[in-house]
Design a binder for this molecule. Structure first.
Ligand SMILES: [Zn+2]
Length: 402
């Protein structure tokens, strides 16, 4: 049985502070020792000391066996801090994280639900170079007090350090943030997926973003309330990757695809700045997210035969304002165009195109330079290919992240 923590009513605290003469600027801080019997002893100060609880009252120090005491309460939350928490902080400040850890553990042993003790532990673990355990401690603290900014900062620090370690780099490739409540297992799993994809893309593409990529995991608020994403978007990347993970305990294949897709955008953006047609951005992202690059070709065949294939020139600008049906065709055409480039010129051709765009060439110059094709030749070749694309067995279609 675990009785929930109970707060002293403010009026009672004020009355007892007044009774103790603890007015305004008094240096004496009042604690309350709550016994298991329910009786409360109001003291000038109370603390744990090995198997005892000691408290000071009217200038004298009294001792109680620990097992008589349920808890120590303090009006500030700080004053009644277990002395081991204070010692842990002192040792940490004195660059002695080993001792800081020991004191934090002692405090935690006495009160496993103490947020300051968990924070002291996380801080010591970080200082000892153990971000894994530090992230667990900070997560535990956040479970007890979700809004605590100190716990949140410790978790951020731990996840950043973990990212650096996995990447073996001095700069973090990723910074994971939460919007809503913290979900540490998802955060760790996301970091792993992203780190692997990052390494894969860097090898395949031959470049990597210089800046670390910030990833916001939306664990609470509705995704669409906090992004400008249209209704049909699964993820969002406006320099910061935003992904809804509400209700997920573990990554599913869809989340993996969304993460890979959005990270691909970060790579393309880092290479080309804003000098990349949206169809190429989206085509590359869908290609890198996984699955066959020609997976949507058959879907586009009827459009191509009817001469209603969206033109790549009109897909140079943002897809944001499109209806869901228009967006479906726009994404499929983008992927089909990249598949067509890969078919004609291979990955090397696609990389030449990105390199030409990174040299600030406009797209209608970059295409002939990199692929030996004008915009209209690419468009015509694509349409010709797609007209018969539903004649052969379709590659299994995967619902794509955007
Ligand atoms: Zn996208």
């Amino acid at each position: 049985m675990q009785p929930g923590p109970r707060c002293l009513p403010a009026a009672r605290l004020a009355a007892f502070a007044a009774a103790l003469g603890l007015g305004r600027a008094s240096a004496v801080v009042a604690d309350t020792v709550v016994l298991k019997s329910g009786r409360a002893i109001e003291a000038e100060g109370a603390w744990y000391e090995s198997s005892e609880v000691r408290y000071q009252k009217d200038g004298a120090v009294y001792v109680l066996p620990r097992d008589m005491v349920d808890r120590i309460e303090s009006p500030t939350g700080e004053a009644g801090l277990d002395p081991d928490i204070l010692r842990s902080r002192e040792r940490l400040a004195a660059k002695d994280p080993g001792e800081a850890l020991r004191h934090a553990r002692l405090a935690l042993f006495r009160d496993p639900r103490s947020v300051p003790a968990l924070q002291a532990l996380a801080a010591a673990q970080l200082a000892l170079g153990d971000p894994n355990r530090a992230s667990e401690s900070a997560t535990q603290a956040l479970r007890l007090d979700e809004a605590n900014p100190r716990s949140r900062a410790l978790l951020d620090e731990a996840l950043t350090a973990l990212g650096q370690r996995e990447q073996g780099a001095s700069d973090a490739q990723f910074r994971i943030r939460y919007e809503g409540s913290v979900n540490q297992p998802i955060g760790m799993a996301v970091l792993k997926i992203l780190t692997e994809a990052h390494a894969e893309y860097a090898t395949r593409l031959g470049f990597r973003p210089e800046q670390s990529v910030t990833v916001v995991l939306q664990t609470g608020a509705s995704f669409r309330d906090t992004t400008r994403a249209p209704d049909w978007a699964d993820g969002w990347n406006d320099g910061t990757i935003q992904v809804p993970v509400l209700g997920l305990d573990a990554p599913n294949p869809r989340l993996v695809r969304i993460l890979r897709h959005e990270l691909a955008h970060s790579f393309v953006a880092s290479r080309t700045g804003n000098n990349c047609p949206v169809w190429l951005h989206e085509g590359v992202a869908q290609w890198l997210e996984g699955g066959e690059p020609d997976r949507d070709d058959a879907l586009l065949a009827p459009l191509a035969r009817a001469g209603r294939l969206p033109s790549l020139l009109t897909l140079e600008g943002p897809f944001r304002g499109l209806s869901e049906a228009q967006a479906t065709n726009a994404y499929a055409t983008s992927l089909a165009a990249v598949a067509h480039i890969l078919r004609l010129r291979g990955e090397a051709g696609l990389l030449r195109l990105l390199a030409a765009l990174s040299d600030r060439l406009p797209s209608d110059d970059a295409l002939p330079v990199a692929l030996g094709l004008s915009y209209s030749e690419l468009q015509k070749g694509l349409a010709d290919h797609l007209r018969t694309a539903d004649a052969k067995p379709a590659t299994a279609r995967v619902s794509a992240a955007r």
